[in-house]
Design a protein around this ligand. Structure first.
Ligand code: TMP
Ligand code: ASP
Length: 236
C-alpha cells in the first residue's frame, strides 16, 4: 500500500489517500489543540503516543465486536484506516460530571452520573462545536435516524468495554467523545480514541491524566498520557 497526497489536515492529525480507494493513512502529529483551536502547542512524542494508544484501544474494541475503521499501525505516528464517510457530529458519554457539563448545569465536578449521559455536538470550530440533538441531526441531514441510533448504541457499548478496562487498571473513565462514519452502509467507529478526546482520572487520587492537563496548564501532559497507556499495558 502506497501513501499518496494529503487529503485533509485537522488540528492534531493529517489524512492521506493511498493507492487503495477504501484505505487512508492517518498521521498523528505532535500538535495539541484545545478550546476549538484557540490554544495550540507542539508536545514532543504526542503523535507517537496517541497513535499507539489509539491502535491498542481500537483493537480491544474490535475484539469486543465493535466495528472500527482501524486496520493497522504502519509507523510510530501513522496508521492505516478504512475510508469512512464521516457524520459531522461528536457523540459524548459521561460517567462522571466534568468539563462543559459542569459549566452548563452548575453541577459539581466529580458527581457520579447514573445512568451515564449521552450528548451530541456538531463538529464546527467556528461555531464552537454547539450542542445539537437527534431532531437537528435528522433535519439537517448530518446522519439518518437509524445511523444515529446505531452510533448511540455503539457509543454505550464502548463504555461497557472501556469503563471496565480503565477501572481494572486503577483509573476512572470520566467521559469521552467518539466520531462515526459509514463504510459499505455500516456505521463504523472512526477518528481516534486517546487521552486527547476523553477524561481519565486516577481512581484513588482523582488526579487528571488527560488533555485537561493541557487545557488547564497543569504540565506533565504526555507523561500522563504515557502513564495511562502503561497502566493499560501499552508499550510505547
Ligand atoms: P466537554 O466536557 O468539553 O463537553 O467534553 C466532553 C468530552 O469529550 C471530553 O473528554 C473532551 C471530549 N471532546 C473532544 O475531544 N472534542 C470536542 O470537540 C468535544 C466537544 C468534546
Ligand atoms: N473541543 C476539543 C477540546 O477542547 C477540541 C478542540 O478544542 O479543538 O479538546
Amino acid at each position: 500500500m502506497e501513501k499518496r497526497q494529503e487529503l485533509y489536515a485537522g488540528k492534531a492529525k493529517s489524512v492521506f489517500t493511498t493507492d487503495d480507494p477504501d484505505l487512508m493513512v492517518l498521521e498523528f502529529r505532535d500538535d495539541t489543540s484545545a478550546f476549538d483551536g484557540k490554544k495550540m502547542e507542539q508536545l514532543d512524542r504526542k503523535g507517537m503516543v496517541n497513535n499507539k494508544f489509539n491502535a491498542f484501544i481500537m483493537q480491544k474494541l474490535a475484539d469486543a465486536g465493535i466495528p472500527t475503521h482501524f486496520v493497522k499501525l504502519v509507523s510510530d505516528n501513522e496508521s492505516v484506516v478504512k475510508r469512512l464517510e464521516m457524520m459531522p457530529v461528536e457523540c459524548v458519554v459521561r460517567n462522571i460530571a466534568a468539563g462543559s457539563l459542569v459549566r452548563r448545569l452548575g453541577v459539581e465536578e466529580g458527581m457520579e452520573l447514573t445512568p451515564p449521559t449521552f450528548e451530541l455536538f456538531l463538529k464546527n470550530d467556528a461555531l464552537g462545536d454547539p450542542m445539537v440533538n437527534e431532531s437537528l441531526v435528522e433535519t439537517f441531514g448530518w446522519a439518518k435516524p437509524d445511523q444515529l441510533a446505531r452510533a448511540k448504541e455503539l457509543t454505550f457499548k464502548v463504555n461497557e468495554v472501556l469503563k471496565k478496562m480503565f477501572a481494572d487498571a486503577g483509573m476512572l473513565l470520566v467521559d469521552y467523545k467518539l466520531e462515526f462514519g459509514i463504510f459499505n452502509g455500516e456505521v463504523v467507529l472512526g477518528d481516534e480514541f486517546s487521552p486527547d478526546g476523553c477524561r481519565v482520572w486516577d481512581k484513588e487520587t482523582r488526579e487528571k491524566m488527560d488533555k485537561d492537563r493541557f487545557r488547564q496548564g497543569l504540565g506533565g501532559v504526555i507523561e500522563a498520557y504515557e502513564e495511562v497507556g502503561r497502566r493499560l499495558g501499552i508499550q510505547f
